[in-house]
Structures are given as structure tokens and as C-alpha cells.
Design a protein around this ligand. Structure first.
Ligand code: IDP
Ligand code: MG
Length: 167
């Protein structure tokens, strides 16, 4: 089944100069990149992205991590990959959430670490199911930034200019 999935190279991945390695590993999946950009992560964006973890003890630290405050690198690389079983393929390649438990050959197993404050710095984010992928892709990208009709859109007029937004 064709799927799309959101991948973020988190600030630790950028600071460690892993972008090239990660893209090379991702190309093993034979999936297609249909969107890519460098994005700043506002407190609001971080909060909405990780809203399901609000009750966790590591939530506040996780928000500072995603915003790049732990790495002095206030950005992430956001991408949408598309193709057969994209979500499962990317999750397998990413490896387990806890980098110590991740397969050593997975991206998180190879490059992740647990900080002394207990945050799992695991280099990349990958959507874990179709509902999450849809929510996240719509959160990080506008329709015209994706080379694919990913989800339903509508046209609105803003200050006299037509614009496509998620329906
Ligand atoms: P996932 O990234 O593998 O989907 P989630 O449970 O969605 O895992 O958690 C989001 C992020 O929160 C993880 O990638 C990791 O950076 C961090 N995290 C998750 N669980 C823990 C934990 O038990 N301790 C510290 N950080 C965690
Ligand atoms: Mg998750």
C-alpha cells in the first residue's frame, strides 16, 4: 500500500553532520522524497508535534530538544517520503525509540544516545502510523510544498491572493 510519512532530522542529527548519512540510509528503502525543507521549530510547533506526550516526565526537555536549544542549532530538516509501506520501512530503518535498545545497524542504534538528563537523543523522528503521518505532514507542510496530492485541500483567498490549504 502506498503511504507517506514524515521524517525529521532532529537538531542532534544536524549538529553531528549526519544529514548525508541519513539520506543515504533512507535511499536503501527505495522510497521517494516528495517534500523537504529546513524548518525552525517554534515552541508552539514543538508542543503540537509532541502533544501526545504532554503527561510524560521528559516532555519539557523533549520540547527544548526538538527546538534545538540543547544543541545550539535552532532548526530541523523535515521531509516527506512516499511509497510502498513507507511508514513501516522508515520506522524499521530508524530503529527503536530508546537508542540503547535500537538495532545497532539502525539509524538510532548507530547514532543515538541517552543524555545525562535522560532524554533519548535519537537523531530522527518518523511517523508511526497513517493517522499520525497525516496529522504530522499537515502540521509541518503546506499543500504546495509537497510534490504529490497527499491529502484533500481547499482554496482560500487571503488578502486577495488564492492559496491552497489543507481541507
Ligand atoms: P518515537 O519517536 O519512536 O515515535 P515517541 O514515544 O513518540 O517515540 O516519543 C517521541 C520522542 O520522545 C522520542 O523520539 C524520544 O526522543 C523521546 N522519548 C520517548 N520516550 C522517552 C523516554 O522514556 N525517555 C526520554 N525520552 C523519551
Ligand atoms: Mg512517535
Amino acid at each position: 500500500m502506498k503511504q507517506q510519512t514524515l521524517i525529521l532530522i532532529k537538531p542532534d542529527g544536524l549538529v553531528k553532520s549526519l544529514t548525508g548519512n541519513i539520506l543515504t540510509r533512507m535511499s536503501e528503502t527505495k522510497l521517494e522524497i516528495v517534500a523537504a525543507k529546513i524548518a525552525r521549530v517554534s515552541p508552539e510547533l514543538a508542543q503540537v508535534h509532541y502533544q501526545h506526550l504532554k503527561e510524560k516526565p521528559f516532555y519539557d526537555e523533549l520540547l527544548t530538544y526538538l527546538q534545538g536549544q540543547l544543541h545550539d542549532r535552532r532548526k530541523v530538516m523535515a521531509m516527506v517520503y512516499w511509497g510502498d509501506d513507507a511508514i513501516g520501512k522508515v520506522r524499521t530503518l530508524a530503529g527503536a525509540t530508546n537508542p540503547e535498545e535500537a538495532e545497532p545497524t539502525s539509524i538510532r542504534g548507530a547514532y543515538g544516545r541517552i543524555t545525562s538528563k535522560g532524554v533519548y537523543e535519537n537523531v530522527i523522528h518518523a511517523s508511526s502510523n497513517e493517522a499520525e503521518a497525516e496529522r504530522e505532514i499537515k502540521l509541518w507542510f503546506e499543500p504546495d510544498e509537497i510534490i504529490l496530492d497527499a491529502y484533500k485541500t481547499k482554496t482560500v483567498v487571503l488578502d486577495g491572493v488564492k492559496k491552497r490549504v489543507w481541507a
